[in-house]
Every structure is written in C-alpha cells, then in structure tokens.
Design a protein around this ligand. Structure first.
Ligand SMILES: Cc1cc2nc3c(=O)[nH]c(=O)nc-3n(C[C@H](O)[C@H](O)[C@H](O)COP(=O)(O)OP(=O)(O)OC[C@H]3O[C@@H](n4cnc5c(N)ncnc54)[C@H](O)[C@@H]3O)c2cc1C
Length: 278
C-alpha cells in the first residue's frame, strides 16, 4: 500500500503514456511509469520516493510483446519475470530471471522494472547485453531502437520520461551454449554477491557480471579456444574492470573477486568441455 493519495493512469498506447508523463511533469507533479509496482510501493512506503501519479503500462500493446517473428525474439517491458522464465524462448534470460527473488515475487516483477529500477543489480540485463539486444524506447517524439549496450551497459540510464517498450534480439542467440551462475551471501534466494552470465559464441567468450562492480556490465569478448589455463583468461578479464570491485555489506572486494574468479573459471572450463548451462 502507498500510504497517501495518488493518481492512477492506465493508458492504451505509448503515445498516451508519454503525453500523460510530460503533462504531469509540466504541472509540477512527480509521475512514475508503473510495471509490477513492487519497487515503487516498497520505496513509497518508506518515503524514499513520493510519486503523486503512476502510469501503468500493462495495457500498452508494445509492452506486452512476446514471441518471435521467425528471426527475432521480442520481450515486452510489462512481461513478468515468471512469464519470461517459463517461456524458455531465450534460455539464458529464462535462467537469469528465474534466479531473481522467488516465484511469487517473479509473478509481479517486470522486465522493464528490472532494467529501469533503482535496485542496482539489474540481473535481467546481463543476457541482453551478451546477445547485442536492441532496446525500444519511447520518448515524447518517437520510438528509438538502439543497442541496449549503448543505453544500459555500466551505469547507463534512461532520460527522465523515457519509457521502455520492449527488447528484441536475434533468435540465433538462443541457440549458443550458455551459462549463468549466481552466488549469494547466505540463502539460495537473495541479492547477488556475484552474478555471472556467459555465452559461447563459436569459441568466443561473452561474459557479463552483476554485483562485481556497482553496476552490471559486459566484459570485452575474448577467445577461450586456445590452450591457456582458464585462470589466465580470468585474470585478463579482471585486468580490464570498469571500476574497482565492489565492497559492501554483502561481501568485501577481496571475497567478491575470489568468488568471481572461481565462477568464471568454472564457466570457461564448462564451455571447453562442451557444457552448456550451469
Ligand atoms: C523481494 C525482491 C527481491 C529482488 N531481488 C533481486 C535480485 O536478486 N536481482 C535483481 O536484479 N533484482 C532484484 N530485485 C529488483 C527487482 O528486479 C526490480 O526492483 C524490479 O524488477 C522491479 O520491477 P517492477 O515491475 O515491480 O518495477 P516497478 O516498481 O513498477 O518500477 C520500478 C522502477 O522502474 C520504472 N519503470 C518500470 N517499468 C518501466 C518502463 N517500462 N520504462 C521505464 N521505466 C520503468 C518505474 O518508474 C520505477 O522507477 C528484487 C526486488 C524485490 C522486491
């Protein structure tokens, strides 16, 4: 429950949603797009956000996109993580989303909320970065379709008022060997201590991590098909981090780095042995 009155909008189109947002902004209101509402409600409860209007995106057709046209896969921003997990359309995305919170909460959390929200893990982003996915974003003028790496990799953010409609990716990424390993501090379900997703694209390792730094990011691609020890490759990856390893109450930087090294080594060894998901 949000413990104060607020306006609720349920637009039928993205144009209507974006118009409402800008009209409310011009009236000095503080609107928020509303996916599953889990983050908005919990933050409004403790006063860390105070929206006086929410714009529910569930009726917008593009936000409910789901499936394939034969070449591409489409995932609308209003899809729940449970729907994506159960679909198996892009197995790496199913695996990563299936490890965010528990089943009951996954039935509420949306893809758009995970990508745009303030909780910095954004684990659903990792498989999308690896697949060179395209993000479809509506703003006041038009829909722009841009590589998700250009918008959300590292600490990328949307411009205020922009609405994520969907993400799309080439279907071939669903067929590559993949791996996802999530380590938490104590329980099976929880925020990640380190979360690593990987694709084996014909002997090239694509790897992305969440919680290793203060934002999720994709490493530079590298080959793992040579005879180098896996740990040498891991060290090469770590030499090119975008910022120092995160240290917080979930774990110290040294511990996180250790966990990452073991995790990445396991993934590389698994790929070399012809394995797929972890
Ligand atoms: C119990 C719990 C455990 C969690 N564990 C993890 C975890 O382990 N790993 C992890 O990565 N995350 C985790 N999260 C974070 C969670 O994935 C995100 O908070 C989340 O997905 C929010 O989804 P929502 O649909 O409820 O977002 P909402 O509350 O609806 O929105 C969150 C924010 O995103 C904005 N937004 C929503 N949709 C759009 C859109 N389409 N376009 C633009 N802006 C939009 C909203 O305006 C708001 O600012 C957890 C959350 C909870 C509640």
């Amino acid at each position: 429950m949000i413990p104060y009155d607020f306006d609720y909008y349920l637009p039928d189109t993205w144009q209507e949603a974006v118009d409402i947002y800008h009209t409310l902004k011009a009236d000095a209101k503080n609107p928020l797009y509303y996916g599953g509402g889990t983050e908005i409600i919990s933050m409004a409860r403790v006063g860390s956000v105070r929206p006086n209007a929410v714009i529910d995106i569930k009726k917008i057709p593009e936000c409910q996109s789901f499936g394939t046209d034969g070449t591409k896969l489409f995932f609308g921003a209003a899809l729940t993580l449970a729907t994506i997990r159960e679909s198996g359309l892009y197995p790496l995305l199913s695996l990563a989303t299936g490890r965010i919170a528990d089943h009951t909460i996954q039935c509420k959390l949306t893809l758009g909320g995970n990508l745009a929200g303030t909780i910095h893990y954004h684990e659903a982003l990792l498989p999308l970065l690896l697949a060179d996915a395209t993000i479809h974003i509506a703003n006041a003028q038009c829909i722009r379709e841009v590589p998700i790496c250009d918008v959300l990799n590292m600490n990328g953010k949307l411009t205020p008022g922009e609405l994520i409609l969907m993400v799309s990716l080439n279907k071939r990424y669903a067929a590559y060997p993949y791996a996802h390993i999530k380590k938490t501090k104590a329980e099976k379900i929880g925020y990640p201590l380190v979360s690593v997703a990987a694709l084996n694209v014909g002997g090239t390792l694509r790897l992305a991590a969440s919680a290793l730094c203060s934002f999720p990011f994709r490493f530079k691609d590298c080959s793992f098909a040579d005879a180098r020890p896996a740990m040498d490759i891991v060290r090469e990856l770590l030499a090119d981090l975008p910022e120092p390893v995160l240290s917080d109450t979930e774990g110290s930087a040294a511990y996180r780095q250790f966990i990452f090294e073991k995790t990445a080594e396991k993934i590389i060894t698994g790929f070399r042995n012809g394995g797929s998901h972890a």
